[in-house]
Design a protein around this ligand. Structure first.
Ligand code: SF4
Length: 352
């Protein structure tokens, strides 16, 4: 199913006003507000005259994606399968923490080119970048399941900083006070460490929270686990994070997926602590969520043992670092971090 008509969702208000010209700006604002409410058709835009609604319907599409399936875990996690206009499928996940706070975990690419060894999405390769409407609509789809979503994390499928122009547009549409008005402080972008992207974000915003999937501070091991390290070396990455922090004044989250027997050693926690020194960070540890058939250098990946996890946490805390351990959510529906993707298909970033 290909779209022949331009799609209006996910456009920043200025771009929407431009595409709707010669309609006056206040009309664009009305359409923008209706889209933020998630109306199902132009016909529902009751403050527009009927002939105008019909004209818009002839010339434009409101949305470009549909919910193709939904699975729910008893722990409150809900995963949506979303079908895009060209038949591609992506996933978006709704997470609830112990205090009932709801977070939308969104994707930015169909697949991912970066091939981190612990990630199911990475096994699939990149199909294409999502456009701003496809990113924005994931939020609307999740909100149709749960009206009170407080936070957004870009930790779903794909590397957000490899799709920054479209992500920026989607963020502008999501945070505009004339529409959804979501707070930038409640939005976090998780990256595998794309130096040029972080630099770009520091210079031109938006000032959202930044999380780095560090995994280990040992450059050699990290290059083997996350090949993106080869073109984005850790010392340069640290410099650029430092600049980002100076610019944005926000604490950075360092995430580490713990892989049993691989990056839970003393030298890994030491290297992580060394990487963190001089930065203001919170460390978020993510015990690896099992995905069958995934290997590293011929060895099957396994979950870390309780002892490996507590030892790692203790060593970091002894060095004065603030550490949280991510609760496991959505395991039963393959909606946890590292598990996104169709059977035999893709994953997500180091999502919650
Ligand atoms: S962890 Fe993130 S960057 Fe790495 S392959 Fe998965 S989606 Fe891509």
């Amino acid at each position: 199913m290909y779209h022949l008509k331009p799609v209006l969702s996910g456009l920043p208000l200025d771009a929407l006003a431009e595409i709707l010209k010669p309609l006056p700006k206040f009309r664009a604002e009305q359409v923008f507000q209706w889209i933020a409410r998630g109306v199902s058709s132009f016909q529902a835009m009751t403050n527009l005259a009927l002939p105008l609604r019909e004209d818009l319907e002839r010339r434009f599409s409101l949305y470009s994606s549909v919910i193709a399936g939904r699975v729910a875990d008893p722990d409150g996690t809900v995963k949506l399968y979303i079908r895009l206009h060209d038949g591609e499928r992506i996933e978006a996940v709704l997470l609830s923490d112990g205090e009932g706070r709801k977070t939308a975990c969104l994707s930015t690419q169909a697949g991912c080119p970066l091939a981190c060894v612990f990630c199911k999405t990475g096994t699939r390769g990149l199909t294409r970048n999502l456009d701003s409407g496809e990113i924005f609509e994931q939020f609307l789809h999740l909100r149709s399941v749960e009206p009170e979503i407080a936070n957004i994390v870009f930790m779903g499928m794909g590397e957000p900083l490899l799709n920054l122009p479209e992500l920026r547009k989607a963020l502008e549409a999501l945070t505009d006070g004339r529409g959804l008005g979501l707070s930038k402080r409640r939005i976090t972008l998780s990256t595998s460490g794309i130096i040029a992207g972080i630099r770009n974000l520091a210079a031109a915003g938006p000032a959202v929270g930044l999380a780095l999937s560090l995994t280990t501070g040992d450059s050699n091991l990290r290059s083997r686990l996350m090949p993106v390290t080869l073109s984005n070396p850790l010392p340069y990455l640290k410099d650029v994070l430092y600049d980002y922090q100076q610019q944005q004044g926000r604490r950075i989250t360092l995430e580490a997926v713990l892989l049993g027997g691989i990056n839970t050693r003393q030298e890994d926690s030491d290297a992580l602590a060394a990487f963190a020194s001089g930065l203001e960070v919170m460390v978020n540890l993510i015990p690896w969520n099992p995905v069958e058939g995934m290997t590293f250098e011929g060895q099957a990946l396994r979950e870390p043992s309780g002892r490996e996890i507590t030892g790692y946490i203790q060593r970091l805390e002894q060095r004065g670092l603030k550490v949280t351990r991510r609760l496991r959510k959505g395991l039963g529906i393959a909606g946890a971090c590292g598990q996104l993707g169709p059977p035999g298909g893709f994953k997500a970033h180091e999502g919650p």
